[in-house]
Design a protein around this ligand. Structure first.
Ligand SMILES: *[C@@H]1O[C@H](CO)[C@@H](O)[C@H](O)[C@H]1NC(C)=O
Ligand SMILES: *[C@@H]1O[C@H](CO)[C@@H](O)[C@H](O)[C@H]1NC(C)=O
Length: 570
């Protein structure tokens, strides 16, 4: 984004000196595999956002607050400014990272220098948020290429080949990369924000991007590298953004060996095209990325009015291409409430906690609580298979919630749950356990597979269904729009209970009528019965007559998939 003006954010510089990042050696926590990203072992589509100002906050508590909010919102990637170039030293307390001067440049590692960036990296490390950090601005905000040409002469178009400017730019890159080379919070190094070279041959930026990405790869073999351009210059249409007049050839640049993914931005309003331009722009980039075998990131996008409708539709298009080139979308820009007041509103800002954030951030993550006993929770690897199926179907706007963590199932997956070994529905009600779980996890969808331990303890269908009713009431109290999926549970045939099989059948039969009777608020909070019983063979699909083996896990993932997918989309 161009219009990122300086804020009076540097005024309260009581910052403590922070040590440079000391995160563990897990420097490969982010990788690209074909057109997908893998973060901390999880291959998925990731949502993110931008905050140019966070790098310059003087109050570390503000940095922590913002990262708390971003992480709680389910956003995984944050793009920040890694530069702040000046030609003369500002007053104490105002952040600056590099002083550019023909008589000797200086990189500021002090408390109003790169220690500000340290605070962001450290806060991100703590919360598992991954950062895209860029090294220079094409625009004049925070210095940019202009600060280099002021010091070393020449024009912005000449910057890419200006030997003195490039020498200092590389020194700056080395300083920043070296500082966080072992951090697991780095998503990628980015060459520049929106590099352009008006009227130049596209070879200028192509050659520069090749040279600089090789240089960074030499410094740091482990982190991803990207260009940070707006995605101009590609076949498809003839409107201005598709043209090569800004010296950018998106497709050619994708071919640069050490650029690991493609970036593009989208501001129809600033580019003289209609909002309806958006979907095609996303599809054409995704197709180019797919062809190149690298992921695409819709790295900035925004409008100044009708945010919810317009941007939500763009997000949908991008997500639908999750298996076809798109790896992530990151809206411009994050807004928050700091100790100094509200952050910069450039007309594109989506403030944390606002109704726009609900539309564009919270709504787009559907929170799902798997609720049950050991069949669901320990280890419950059908949930891992189900999660993977959702990814393969490009259904990526999910967060599984609950107080229990994922267990090992051979690959990383989103595995939080409320699957409590040995638990009875009647027991959950007797101990009033569910309201607390709901309050912490705030699910939009509950998928419940319960009753196995109840029938084992000879509870009658009526007792069990009465417990289900109380639980449904609690669910609707916690969220009037909650969607409830109730399983007709898998059969059981444990050696110590010959009657259990029949009791399960009786319960499953009762569930149908019970669900219809409890479906009183079907338009806002529907109950769906999911048949996990039919076709489940305890002899082949369990080891002990009760707990699914790998064939049973496949079967359970399959029985849940359609209704869950429908509930997420609906
Ligand atoms: C890359 O993705 C493919 C297909 O999804 C998968 O089989 C493979 O294991 C992945 N490789 C790595 C290194 O993650
Ligand atoms: C409850 O109502 C919804 C919406 O009409 C419907 O789709 C669903 O099948 C109903 N559930 C039951 C158990 O009848």
């Amino acid at each position: 984004m161009k219009g990122a003006i300086a804020l009076g954010l540097g005024l309260l510089s009581l910052a403590n000196a922070l040590p440079a990042s000391s995160a563990a050696a897990a420097a490969t926590s982010v990788s690209a595999n074909g057109t997908r990203f893998t973060i901390d072992g999880k291959t998925a589509y990731f949502a993110g956002t931008n905050s140019y100002w966070i790098s310059f906050l003087s109050n570390t508590r503000d940095v922590d607050t913002v990262l708390d909010h971003i992480s709680a919102s389910g956003l995984k990637i944050l793009r920040i400014w890694g530069f702040n170039d000046v030609n003369s030293r500002p007053s104490t307390g105002t952040a600056w990272f590099q002083l550019l001067s023909s008589s000797g440049s200086q990189i500021n590692t002090g408390s109003d220098g790169l220690q500000r960036l340290d605070a962001v990296v450290k806060a991100a490390e703590k919360r598992g948020v991954k950062l895209i950090i860029n090294f220079v601005n094409y625009w004049d905000d925070y210095g940019g290429m202009k600060a280099y040409t002021t010091a070393f002469g020449g024009t912005k178009e000449g910057w890419y080949t200006n030997a003195k400017a490039q020498e200092q730019y590389k020194k700056y890159i080395a300083a920043v990369v070296g500082r966080y080379i072992n951090s697991n919070a780095i998503f990628a190094w980015e060459l520049a924000n929106e590099p352009r070279c008006k009227g130049c041959s596209t070879d200028v930026i192509y050659k520069w991007a090749t040279d600089i990405s090789n240089y960074i790869r030499g410094l740091d073999p482990n982190h991803l590298i990207t260009l940070g351009d707006e995605g101009f210059g590609l076949p498809g249409q003839t409107s201005y953004p598709y043209q090569y007049s800004e010296g950018v050839d998106f497709v050619k640049n994708l071919g640069v060996k050490n650029l690991d993914f493609g970036t593009f931005h989208m501001y129809p309003g600033s580019w003289g095209v209609q909002n309806s331009f958006g979907p095609g722009w996303i599809r054409d980039h995704a197709a180019a990325c797919k062809k190149a075998g690298k992921p695409c990131v819709l790295e900035e996008y925004g409008v100044t009015s009708d945010h919810c409708n317009v941007e939500k539709s763009w997000q949908q298009v991008s997500r639908e291409l999750a298996a076809n080139g798109m790896g992530s979308d990151m809206f411009w820009q994050w807004g928050d409430q700091l100790s100094t007041g509200q952050t910069h509103n450039d007309g594109h800002t989506i403030y944390y906690g606002s109704s726009l954030a609900t539309c564009l951030v919270t709504d787009h993550v559907v929170r799902i609580m798997p609720l049950g006993d050991s069949i669901t929770g320990s280890p419950g690897c059908w949930r891992a298979l189900l999660w993977r199926r959702l990814q393969q179907a490009s259904i990526t706007n999910t967060k599984f919630v609950g107080s229990l963590p994922a267990q090992g199932c051979g690959f990383a997956y989103d595995g939080a749950n409320e699957g409590h070994g040995g638990i009875l529905a009647t027991g959950i009600v007797a101990r009033r356990e569910l309201p607390g779980w709901l309050q912490s996890a705030k699910p939009d969808i509950v998928m419940m597979h319960l009753g196995t331990n109840d029938v084992w303890n000879n509870k009658s269908p009526d007792e069990i269904l009465a417990a289900f009713s109380t639980m449904v009431d609690w669910m609707r109290e916690s969220n009037a729009k909650i969607k409830i999926l109730v399983a007709q549970i898998i059969p059981m045939n444990p050696p110590n209970c010959k009657e259990c099989g029949k009791r399960v059948e009786a319960l499953n039969k009762g569930i149908v009528g019970w669900a219809q009777g409890k479906n009183t608020t079907s338009t806002t909070s529907p109950i769906k019965v999911v048949d996990c019983w039919t076709g489940f063979d305890t002899a082949k699909m369990t080891g002990d007559g009760v707990h699914p083996n790998s064939a049973g896990n496949e079967k359970l993932a399959a029985c849940w998939f359609d209704e869950l997918a429908r509930a997420i989309k609906g």
